[in-house]
Write a protein that binds this ligand. Structure first.
Ligand code: GDP
Length: 556
């Protein structure tokens, strides 16, 4: 309770809380690691440094709807010479690699948009190295462009801008660039750092330049991976195929995945039976940053799940059994909670927490800005407040995903969350707060930071009785003969007396009797004698209600 968590005795707690609790009561606990995977990673990470080689970048396209993401992905794909090898037909497997003759490769994720990008991040899978922000030259920076910028920035992903639709006479790259500048993306042309490439997905003009810029950026980033170790990959797509059973598209992160490798992905395992690339070509092996579709797993792993090549079947079984167990535990425990205001103070005081990330959605640009500024001003030495995304509009799924991926709080000012976003917030354990007054929002967060959120009190109704007859006693005063019409009356509880919907008394019982006996409680349907402490004016027809006060976790 001191940690602000009101758990019952049967509740499973998450790891973070268990560790915090153990420390608070002076108990040492150690976590048994997923030892096999741990061992693989450790062994390889020691070798890694020496054996690392440059690898292709993995790129995601983002931008406002209809600005041409899908068209650009298609256009990029059609530039691929290898893709036109005879006999092979383009397969949509979730990602594809483009060969740039004499220069290298670039892998593109086939699902554009910041929602998909952040959904992967929320599952702990950061596969994207570079974001291509697609902005239509005839439309400029739009709300989802800004969302995309915030999502990419939060993931610390460099952004390269593709100013699309430059074939249109209405295209105005200068205007796009000035729009970008307002969001801290200063174009290189204007002395900034943001690479902007003018392209046309329709004619293909500028696409080769865009690919070159991606390779250049990747060189600057020195993206490297060791190709000579057991493969580690990330599942980007998966489904159950009628012919081949579970099929998963995996981007290899390091090592080399071979046909016939024993692999583990989430709670599933199997030997890689068939491995194909996006051209439908069967492969014997795949190195870092390449995407392959593989079959052979005994179940469909979720997107975002890591895939490991392991030594043998025995090892794979051990890992998957442990994973199954963990999944069951997790289900029993419910969603792991992300950042919440209740836990803010304890996190700040433990020193493990330096920054509170916020997503602010409001009804007007002015209110969003005002609230964001006031909140950021609350920053102290111990905790910086940082609004990672602020925009006009209701709270949507993409906001909740961003919050889950970045451990942020979501604040709605004069706006509601759509039902899908609410469901997702519940599932992901994301804290959403609604306010109608800026002062309230700022004040609550200030208090949460200082650890002075008062727990809220909640009244829980328990019993209701109606007085049917009045008796006078010289010893105890007025006694009401009553019948319990709902719930039960408990002697120790708070009582209120209601007459014609008006509360005429609040206090305690002075006595509660069943026939001649003093009793602790009277159940529904039974008769009892009631007298109230310090109140004698009982009347026929009065309603006696009992209630208890529960302390619930502080809410805002
Ligand atoms: P997305 O929603 O960002 O994936 O956008 P789409 O790729 O579906 O494109 C939206 C519309 O813009 C479609 O009608 C495309 O044909 C059109 N479009 C996309 N790129 C270009 C381009 O470079 N030039 C022209 N003229 N139209 C384009």
């Amino acid at each position: 309770m001191g940690l602000g968590i009101f758990a019952n005795v049967n509740q499973l707690l998450n790891e973070e809380i268990v560790f915090a609790l153990a420390e608070a009561i002076g108990v040492a606990i150690a976590k048994e690691e997923d030892e096999v995977v741990e061992k693989i990673q450790k062994a390889t990470s020691e070798e890694d440094a020496a054996k690392e080689k440059l690898r292709p970048p993995v790129v995601t396209l983002m931008g406002h709807v209809d600005h041409g993401k899908t068209s650009l992905l298609d256009s990029i794909r059609s530039t691929d010479v290898a893709g036109r090898e005879k006999g092979f037909i383009t397969q949509h497997i979730g990602a594809y690699s483009v060969d740039i003759p004499g220069k290298g490769h670039v892998t593109f994720l086939d699902t554009p948009g910041h929602e998909a990008f952040t959904a992967m991040r929320a599952r702990g899978a950061d596969v994207t190295d570079i974001v291509v922000l697609v902005v239509a030259g005839d439309d400029g920076v739009m709300p989802q462009t800004i969302e995309a910028i915030h999502h990419a920035r939060e993931a610390k992903c460099p952004i390269i801008v593709a100013i699309n639709k430059c074939d249109l006479p209405a295209a105005n790259p200068q205007q796009v660039m000035s729009g970008l500048q307002k969001h801290d993306l200063m174009p290189e042309e204007w002395g900034g750092k943001t690479i902007c490439v003018k392209v046309s997905a329709k004619t293909g003009k500028g696409v080769p330049e865009l690919l070159e810029m991606l390779l250049l950026q990747s060189e600057v980033m020195e993206l490297k991976a060791n190709p000579d170790c057991p493969a580690v990959g990330t599942v980007v797509e998966s489904h159950l195929s009628k012919g081949s059973g579970p099929v998963a598209t995996v981007i290899v992160r390091k090592g080399t995945l071979h046909h016939g490798d024993m692999v583990v992905a989430g709670p599933y395992m199997g030997r890689v039976r068939v491995m194909k690339n996006d051209k439908g070509k069967t492969l014997q092996k795949a190195g870092p940053a390449y995407a392959v579709e593989l079959s052979g797993l005994n179940g469909v792993p979720e997107a975002g799940e890591k895939l490991y090549a392991v030594e043998d079947e025995k090892t794979a079984k051990r890992i998957t059994e442990q994973r199954m167990l963990e999944i069951r535990e997790r289900q029993m425990r419910g969603a792991t909670r992300h950042m919440s205001l209740e836990s803010l103070y304890s996190k700040i005081s433990e020193g493990i927490f330096k920054e509170l990330k916020l997503i602010v959605k409001g009804d007007t640009q002015g209110s969003v800005e005002a609230l964001a500024q006031s909140l950021e001003k609350l920053s102290t030495d111990k905790c910086r407040l940082h609004v990672i995304h602020g925009a006009v509009g209701g709270i949507n799924e993409s906001d909740v995903m961003l919050a889950a991926a970045s451990d942020a709080l979501v604040i709605g000012f004069h706006v509601k969350a759509d039902p899908k976003a609410m469901t997702m917030a519940e599932k992901e354990g994301v804290d959403i707060r609604f306010y109608g007054i800026i002062y309230d929002a700022v004040e609550k967060i200030r208090k949460a930071m200082e650890g002075i959120l008062e727990p809220e009190l909640e009244e829980v109704a328990e019993g209701k009785a109606q007085i049917r007859q009045i008796f006078k006693s010289s010893k105890v005063g007025t006694i009401g003969g009553a019948r319990v019409v709902k719930g039960r009356l408990l002697r120790q509880r708070n009582v209120r007396l209601v007459r014609n919907n008006v509360v005429v008394f609040e206090g305690k019982f002075s006595s509660l009797k069943h026939f001649k006996d003093d009793v602790k409680e009277v159940a529904e349907g039974h008769e009892c004698g009631i007298s109230l402490a310090g109140f004698n004016d009982l009347r026929e027809g009065d309603i006696v209600e009992t209630y208890r006060i529960d302390k619930i976790a502080a809410t805002l």
